[in-house]
Design a protein around this ligand. Structure first.
Ligand code: LRH
Ligand code: MN
Length: 429
C-alpha cells in the first residue's frame, strides 16, 4: 500500500515551498534580532523524536463504546505500516512503543525486520496486567503485581519478564510498567501492604532487566480503581524507583494527574533527582481523557518542555527521558491525530529553546515577577511553524503532513484492503 513515496512528498511540497521560504526567512530575521540562530534551532529540531504507541493507530473508545473507522489495522503489521506513514510524512516518529499481548506474534525477529522495512525501530515495551487474556490461569480482577495471592503476583511478574525478553528480540531498551491495581472501597485493601507487595514484585522484574535497560514506572491518579490506586502519584512512583535502583525511573503520563496539578513542577523535581525516565504525551480536561497533545492546554505542554530545557542545561546530554505519545483517537483518523500531536510536541520543544535563560534567571533572582513571566512566555508567543516545517523538509518530510496524507488516499486504500470492523465493543482499543 505504499502510496506515499519520496516523489509524492516532493510533489506535495512544491506548491507550498515559496510561502514556506518567505515565512522561514521572516522568522529567521526575527530570531536574529533576539540573538538566536535559526540554523542551530533547525538542527536541534531535526534531532528531536517522539515515539508513537502501536495501540494509538486503531480507533480508540471509552467504556461506553468504540466506533471503528475505515481501514482499521487488523494486527501489529498493519499498525507498523500506519506508524510508518506517520514518520514518513513528519520525520518525527522513528520509533514505536508496542504493547503486549496486544502486539503478540510468533516471530519477533520478523517483526523487527518488518518495522525496519517501514523505517521504524522499537521504543519502550508496555506490559499489560490490567486485563485478563483468554486462557489466563489467574485473574487480575483484584490486582496484579500487588494482588494478595502470591500466585497471581508471580503470574504478573512472569508476564513482565516475558515482555523484557520480547523487547530484547525487538532491540528495545526499556519496559514501561503501568498497573491499574487499587481499590473501590475504603478498607477494601491495605494501602501499606499493597505498596510493599508492589515493591517486592517490581524488584523481581528489576532483577531480570539487562544492564543497559530502564524500567519506567507509570503513576496514575485513578481508573480503573476509584478509591485508591497503588501507584497514584509521582511520590509513590519516586519512592519505588528509589528503592528499586538506578535502572528504575518514573514515567509521567500527562493525563494521569488531577486537572489542577502543576505537572511541570513534577517534571522539575524528578529531573533534579535523576528519576525522570520518560513521558506519555497527550492532553486532558477532566480525567485520563487521552486527547491529542496540546489540543486542550498547549501552554502546559510548553511549560513542561521549558523545564526539560532547564534540566538539559543543568544536567547535560546524559539527560535523556524517553518521549512517547499515549492517546486514544475516538473521533479522528488516528494517523492524522498522531501526526498533529507529534508536530505540536515538536513545536512546544522548539519554542522552549527560544527562552533567554540568562535573562530569565536574572529576573527570577531579582523577583521581577512580570519580567520573568514575559521572558518565559516569549517562546510560547513565537510562531515556530516554519522552523519545525523546515526541519521536516530537510529530513525529507512533508511541509503539511495532514494535507499530504489526505491527498495520498492512504486511508481509502487501507479501507479497500482491510475488512470493516463492526462497531460495538467498548474499551480503549
Ligand atoms: C493507562 C495507560 C498506560 C497504557 C494504557 C494504554 O491509562 O496510560 O500507559 O498501558 O494507557
Ligand atoms: Mn500512559
Amino acid at each position: 500500500m505504499s502510496v506515499i513515496t519520496a516523489d509524492f512528498i516532493i510533489d506535495q511540497n512544491r506548491a507550498r515551498l515559496a510561502d514556506h521560504r518567505e515565512d522561514f526567512d521572516a522568522l529567521a530575521r526575527k530570531l536574529v534580532r533576539r540573538g538566536l540562530d535559526a540554523e542551530t534551532l533547525v538542527r536541534d529540531a531535526m534531532a528531536f523524536a517522539v515515539a508513537v504507541p502501536s495501540w494509538g493507530v486503531g480507533t480508540g473508545g471509552t467504556r461506553f463504546a468504540r466506533f471503528p473507522g475505515p481501514g482499521e489495522p487488523r494486527n501489529v503489521f498493519d499498525k507498523l505500516a500506519d506508524c510508518g506513514v506517520i514518520n514518513t510524512l513528519t520525520r518525527l516518529t522513528p520509533t514505536v512503543s508496542p504493547h503486549f499481548p496486544w502486539d503478540k506474534v510468533t516471530d519477533y525477529s520478523e517483526l523487527r525486520e518488518v518495522a525496519k522495512s517501514h523505517g521504524l525501530a522499537f521504543d519502550a515495551i508496555n506490559s499489560n496486567t490490567f486485563q485478563d487474556q483468554a486462557g489466563q490461569p489467574l485473574s487480575y480482577k483484584f490486582g496484579s503485581l500487588t494482588h494478595t495471592d502470591k500466585a497471581v503476583r508471580e503470574q504478573a511478574i512472569a508476564h513482565n519478564i516475558e515482555c523484557v525478553e520480547i523487547g530484547r528480540a525487538l532491540g528495545s531498551k526499556a519496559l514501561t510498567v503501568w498497573i491499574g491495581d487499587g481499590s473501590n472501597f475504603a478498607g477494601q485493601s491495605s494501602l501499606a501492604r499493597a505498596f510493599d507487595r508492589y515493591l517486592d514484585s517490581t524488584a523481581a522484574i528489576y532483577r531480570a532487566l539487562p544492564d543497559d535497560w530502564r524500567m519506567l514506572l507509570e503513576h496514575k491518579l485513578f481508573e480503573p480503581a476509584f478509591y485508591s490506586t497503588v501507584i497514584s502519584d509521582w511520590g509513590s512512583s519516586y519512592l519505588a524507583a528509589q528503592r528499586l535502583g538506578p535502572k528504575a525511573q518514573c514515567l509521567v503520563d500527562l493525563g494521569h494527574h488531577a486537572p489542577t496539578v502543576n505537572i511541570e513542577q513534577i517534571v522539575a523535581r524528578l529531573a533534579r533527582f535523576g528519576k525522570l525516565g520518560g513521558f506519555h504525551f497527550n492532553d486532558s480536561k477532566y480525567g485520563d481523557d487521552d486527547l491529542d497533545a496540546a489540543s486542550v492546554s498547549p501552554f502546559r505542554l510548553y511549560l513542561v518542555f521549558n523545564e526539560l530545557a532547564e534540566a538539559t542545561r543543568t544536567i547535560g546530554p546524559s539527560f535523556a527521558p524517553a518521549y512517547m505519545i499515549d492517546q486514544s483517537h475516538n473521533v479522528t483518523d488516528p494517523i492524522e491525530s498522531l501526526m498533529q500531536s507529534a508536530i505540536e510536541i515538536a513545536r512546544a520543544r522548539a519554542q522552549a529553546q527560544l527562552v533567554d535563560a540568562e535573562a530569565l534567571a536574572a529576573a527570577q533572582e531579582a523577583n521581577d515577577a512580570l519580567a520573568a513571566h514575559r521572558l518565559l512566555k516569549a517562546g510560547f508567543l513565537t510562531d515556530v511553524s516554519s522552523l519545525i516545517a523546515e526541519a521536516r523538509l530537510r529530513a525529507g518530510g512533508a511541509l503539511d503532513p495532514i494535507a499530504a496524507y489526505r491527498a495520498s488516499g492512504y486511508r481509502a486504500a487501507a479501507a479497500r484492503e482491510r475488512p470493516v470492523v463492526a462497531a460495538g465493543s467498548a474499551g480503549i482499543v
